[in-house]
Structures are given as structure tokens and as C-alpha cells.
Ligand binder design. Structure first.
Ligand code: SF4
Length: 271
């Protein structure tokens, strides 16, 4: 069973919720947390023994001693990773996808490869709870590459409880992160973009054809938007309290959370 926890903003309590849901189920079974929010992998800070391995990738490099400024590389890069500055090609490392098109087009062979650090992929464990996480290196922007590496290094466990924490989005990297999910949960709070956020979430859920849950951290906000949520075929609940772990979870909150998770797991994502 793969439960995807999505959010489009930080500070909502999704990381705490992901960790706590996982921890609650470890009384009975192994649980695997996947941190696909590679730009903000906050789950790593919940574990003291995370160790990551460096992941490198190749990018293009302009050889200025060979470059005759034919300017072909500017036009050919579909990612805009080579910019023109005073007629000189300036490569933007974080955007380059390493596709090699600019190497092929340059008549002077003035573009070569270089290796850079894209980020880290690693794991950590507390008892029955295992974390697999990736973290983008400073200045790097290609999340999809690291998500792919994380999935290759630690394939989603079959017939286990996997909690996938990922950003909400319709982009290829966000969808790649959650494509194995059986149920989606959006964690959100009131904001001026709430309606748009829920519509985007609805689109994703409908595209995948699975169950979608909206958790709103405000009872009144839920009342205002409940009709939209159910029109989109989504389920909703309000969890105004997500205490911080260091303050401790009150017993009644734990019981309610566990009941929520059991409801999701026992229905295999369908309601
Ligand atoms: S390798 Fe591909 S992505 Fe990178 S600069 Fe060249 S054309 Fe653009």
C-alpha cells in the first residue's frame, strides 16, 4: 500500500504527519518513508543516522579556447541552459540536462562534458521505520533526476506500507515521484490559492484514477470548500492539530491519526 502525502507549501505539518503516521504503524509492521521533496527533504532531520551517497551527473562545458562564436548552441538547447552574453555562450549548470545536443551541433567541437554533484541519495532507520531520501546539492534545480536516482537506488517495497512525501504538481518530476501511489492525500491550510490547489490535486487524482483525500488544517476553511472537494470526487477531513514531535503527541491525537490511517489502509485506497 503506497500512500502519497502531497503539499504545495512548507510549514503545514506534512513532514511531521508523514513521520508520525509511519511511526504509528511500526508497532505492527515495517514502514518505509520516501522523501521525494528533494529540494526540502525535511524528513532527514527526523533521523539522526541518515547517511547519503553523492550522486553526480554530466553537463556541458564551453571550451572558450576553441569557441568561434557561431552561436548555434544558444538556439539548439531546448532547456535554455546556454545563454548569450555579449555574444558569448554562457552555460547554466543547474538547468543543463546533459542531453548532448549542443555537443553535436558545435562545428568547432567547443563543447565538452564535465561532471558535477547533483545531490545525495541515502537512507536512515529508527526501529521498524526506514527512510529513503534524496537531497539536491546547493544551486541544483533538476529535481526529476534525483527522484529517478532515489527510486533506482531504493525501489518501492512491494506488499509493504510505503509513505511517499512529495511536492504537489503536474510536472514530470512530481508525477514520477508518486506514480506508484494507491491513495493520494493533500495536506493544506487556508490560503488565497486553496481553490486552485484543490483543483490541481483533483486533476492528478482523476488522472491516476485512485482515491484522493484532502486534509485541511482548519475546520471553517473545510466547510467553505467542502462542496468543491466532493464535486471533484475527493474525500476530506479536517486535522487542525498536528503537534510538533518534540512537544509530544497527545494520546487522543494518536488514536485519531491511527484510525485515519487504518481507514485508508483497510480500504486499499477505495471508499
Ligand atoms: S547538453 Fe543539452 S541541456 Fe545541456 S546545454 Fe547542451 S543542449 Fe542544453
Amino acid at each position: 500500500m503506497n500512500v502519497a502525502l502531497l503539499a504545495s507549501r512548507g510549514g503545514i505539518g506534512r513532514t511531521t504527519l508523514a513521520f508520525k503516521l509511519g511511526q504509528l504503524k511500526t508497532k505492527e509492521t515495517e514502514v518505509f518513508l520516501y522523501e521525494f521533496d528533494v529540494a526540502y527533504p525535511k524528513l532527514i532531520s527526523f533521523f539522526s543516522n541518515w547517511s547519503g551517497q553523492t550522486i553526480k551527473r554530466r553537463v556541458s562545458k564551453v571550451l572558450y579556447d576553441k569557441c568561434k562564436f557561431h552561436q548555434k548552441c544558444f538556439d539548439v538547447c531546448q532547456f535554455g541552459a546556454i545563454k548569450k552574453e555579449n555574444d558569448k555562450p554562457i552555460r547554466i549548470i543547474s538547468i543543463c540536462r546533459g542531453c548532448g545536443v549542443c555537443l553535436d551541433i558545435c562545428p568547432e567541437h567547443a563543447i565538452d562534458w564535465e561532471e558535477i554533484v547533483s545531490g545525495e541519495v541515502g537512507e536512515a532507520q529508527i526501529d521498524n521505520l526506514t527512510l529513503y531520501a534524496a537531497r539536491l546539492a546547493l544551486g541544483q534545480a533538476w529535481e526529476g533526476f534525483l527522484i529517478k536516482k532515489l527510486k533506482e537506488s531504493y525501489p518501492i517495497k512491494e506488499n509493504k506500507i510505503n509513505i511517499l512525501k512529495a511536492p504537489l504538481g503536474l510536472g514530470a518530476s512530481s508525477l514520477r515521484a508518486v506514480k506508484d501511489a494507491n491513495v493520494f492525500i493533500l495536506v493544506t491550510n487556508p490560503s488565497i490559492t486553496l481553490e486552485e490547489e484543490i483543483k490541481t490535486f483533483g486533476e492528478i487524482v482523476q488522472g491516476f484514477g485512485i482515491t484522493g483525500f484532502v486534509i485541511i488544517r482548519d475546520k471553517d476553511a473545510l466547510k467553505d470548500i467542502e462542496a468543491l472537494i466532493s464535486n471533484l470526487g475527493l474525500y476530506s477531513t479536517s486535522i487542525p492539530w498536528i503537534p510538533s514531535l518534540k512537544d509530544g503527541f497527545p494520546q487522543d491525537v494518536e488514536v485519531e491519526l491511527e484510525a485515519f490511517l487504518n481507514r485508508i489502509l483497510s480500504n486499499n485506497g477505495g471508499f
